[in-house]
Ligand binder design. Structure first.
Ligand SMILES: [Zn+2]
Length: 281
């Protein structure tokens, strides 16, 4: 369990496709003066290493997978200049900022729309995007599938002619040409993603960060659903966050999604007042 003088952060490891827990002493000043800190995790079977670059607010700003790291390196923390992460951004056809621009010319509205779409993706609802130019629509869809590391095709491109002949309610439908949300899909609060997207869009590496955050949530949400389905008595929320390998602050958002999908959260999940108090110190 956590101790109050450490910050626990989960990151998604691309190698073992799992969330990995990093522990950083709150006293660490490795990321002071605008720089970053590198934190090494050696984990898994066969053992492999992940090096995460965190800023002073414990945001994950980049990840590398050093082949040479040994078990003895686990937990090692070093100061790294911020420029280090610039080279770590993924080379993609459609970066996050360009993607947002297609959704809406106003950044705030673009973020709102993308956040709603991401919630629909997480709960595996079908999504329809509208664009009469197939090439643009297709590149948006492949970027979204890539960000969520989804193999399955949840998003369908249609044009305005098809739209006029179809009844797509209750699915999420967004018109990329008129920059307009036609239907939201299930009513789930997407504010969490709005905050994440606003923060991510301000820094280097937005594509990497969104992809890692989304993969982390996809993984944890899958685990959470398995755990909730198998429960025969109630569970403490702190234990649930730990079992699902997700940051405790993220749990309310995941539980809201699970509730919208029919899990009886109120009777299954009990608030761990003491555990929470310890974590907030
Ligand atoms: Zn791993």
């Amino acid at each position: 369990m956590s101790s109050s003088d450490e910050k626990e952060i989960y990151v998604f490891c691309e190698q073992c496709k799992q969330n990995v827990l990093l522990r950083v002493p709150l006293t660490s000043d490795a990321a002071t003066r605008g720089g970053l800190m590198s934190v090494v995790s050696v984990h898994g079977n066969p053992p492999h290493a992940l090096m995460a670059y965190l800023d002073a607010e414990f945001r994950v700003r980049g990840i590398e997978y050093p082949a040479a790291a040994q078990t003895a390196d686990a937990g090692r923390i070093e100061s790294v200049p911020e420029s280090k992460t610039e080279a770590l951004e993924e080379k993609v056809e459609l970066g996050l900022l360009a993607l947002l621009d297609i959704f809406h010319p106003k950044r705030k509205d673009a973020i709102k729309a993308l956040a709603i779409i991401m919630v629909n993706m997480l709960t595996k609802k079908r999504i329809f995007l509208i664009h009469d130019e197939k090439a643009i629509g297709t590149s948006v869809i492949s970027a979204l599938h890539d960000i969520a590391s989804f193999e399955e095709d949840l998003i369908t491109l249609i044009n305005h002619t098809i739209l006029s002949k179809s009844e797509l309610n209750p699915f999420c439908v967004y018109d990329l040409q008129q920059n307009k949300l036609l239907h939201q899909g299930p009513k789930i609060d997407s504010k969490y993603f709005e905050r994440i997207l606003q923060d991510i869009a301000k820094h280097e590496n937005p594509y990497f960060r969104l992809k890692n955050e989304m993969s982390k949530i996809v993984y944890a949400y899958g685990r959470l659903q398995e755990i909730l389905s198998a429960l025969d008595s109630s569970i403490l929320d702190t234990q649930l966050a730990c079992d699902a390998s997700i940051d405790y602050e993220l749990l309310p958002f995941l539980l809201e999604m699970a509730e919208s999908e029919g899990h009886n959260i109120r009777s299954l999940v009990k608030k761990d007042g003491l555990g929470r108090a310890l974590r907030s110190i």
